[in-house]
Ligand binder design. Structure first.
Ligand code: URA
Ligand code: SF4
Length: 210
C-alpha cells in the first residue's frame, strides 16, 4: 500500500488535506499524532519541501513551526520572501521518531517511506503548479532529484528538473542549528539566506520574462 491508495478524486488542496488525514499508506501513521500536510495557498508561487514533520509539527499539525521553522522564518524575512507567499510541505507527512525517555528523537525516513508518501507531494505540486520549487536538505533533494544528488555541491543554483520553471536546493534549516559553534552557525545561516535570495532573484527574472 502507498499514499496513492488514499488519493481523493478531487485534487484541490483542501480535498487532499482531508484525505491525507486518514492516510495509512505506510506504517508511520501508527505512532505519530496526526498527518502534517503542507500549508499555504493554491496560488503560492513557491513550494518549499522539507523532510518530515518534527516533534512540534506532529503535536500542532503544521509544517515548520518548531526550531527549524523559526530559522526558516528568520531567513525568509532576511531574504525578503513573504512566508504567506510560500507553500511549505514535506516529502513525508508523518513524524518518524524513536522514544528516548520522555523525548522523541527524529529518525530519518527510509526510501520506502518517502516513496510511499510521494503521491501526496506530487498531488500538491499538481494542484499548485508553482513557479519555483526549493528542496530543503538531502532527504527532500534526493527524493526529488535522485540519490546521487549532493546538496553541498549543487545548492543555490537553478537545476534542470521539470517540477517547476525554477528548481533549486539548499540545506535543511535544522543543519544550521546543529552547527558546532556560533561562528559556523552564522556562516551557515548566511549561506542559507544567500540561497533564498538566489531563489527570489530567479523568481523575479521569471516574472519579468513573462
Ligand atoms: N523539519 C522538516 O523537514 N519539516 C518540518 O515540517 C519540520 C522540521
Ligand atoms: Fe501516508 Fe505518508 Fe503518513 Fe505514510 S507517512 S501514512 S504514506 S501520509
Amino acid at each position: 500500500m502507498t499514499a496513492a491508495d488514499f488519493l481523493p478524486q478531487r485534487r484541490t488542496l483542501t480535498a487532499l488535506r482531508e484525505a491525507a488525514a486518514t492516510c495509512r499508506g505506510c506504517s508511520l501513521y501508527r505512532n505519530a499524532t496526526q498527518t502534517v500536510f503542507g500549508e499555504g495557498r493554491t496560488s503560492a508561487e513557491v513550494v518549499m519541501v522539507g523532510e518530515q514533520p518534527g516533534d512540534q509539527e506532529d503535536r500542532r499539525g503544521k509544517p515548520f513551526v518548531g526550531p527549524a521553522g523559526h530559522v526558516l522564518d528568520e531567513a525568509l524575512e532576511d531574504a525578503g520572501i513573504d512566508r504567506a507567499d510560500v507553500y511549505i510541505t514535506n516529502v513525508v507527512k508523518h513524524f518518524k521518531f524513536q522514544p528516548r525517555g520522555k523525548r522523541r528523537i527524529h529518525k530519518r525516513p527510509s526510501a520506502a517511506e518517502t516513496a510511499a508518501c510521494r503521491p501526496w507531494l506530487d498531488a500538491e505540486l499538481q494542484a499548485i503548479k508553482p513557479k519555483a520549487l526549493l528542496a530543503l536538505g538531502a532527504t527532500a533533494a534526493q527524493d526529488l532529484f535522485g540519490r546521487s544528488f549532493r546538496v553541498t555541491k549543487q545548492r543555490g543554483r537553478p537545476l534542470d528538473f521539470d517540477f517547476a520553471p525554477l528548481v533549486m536546493a539548499s540545506v535543511h534549516p535544522s543543519s544550521i542549528l546543529r552547527a558546532p559553534d556560533e561562528e559556523t552557525r552564522r556562516e551557515e545561516y548566511e549561506l542559507f539566506v544567500a540561497d533564498l535570495r538566489a531563489l527570489a532573484d530567479g523568481l523575479r527574472a521569471l516574472r519579468e520574462a513573462s
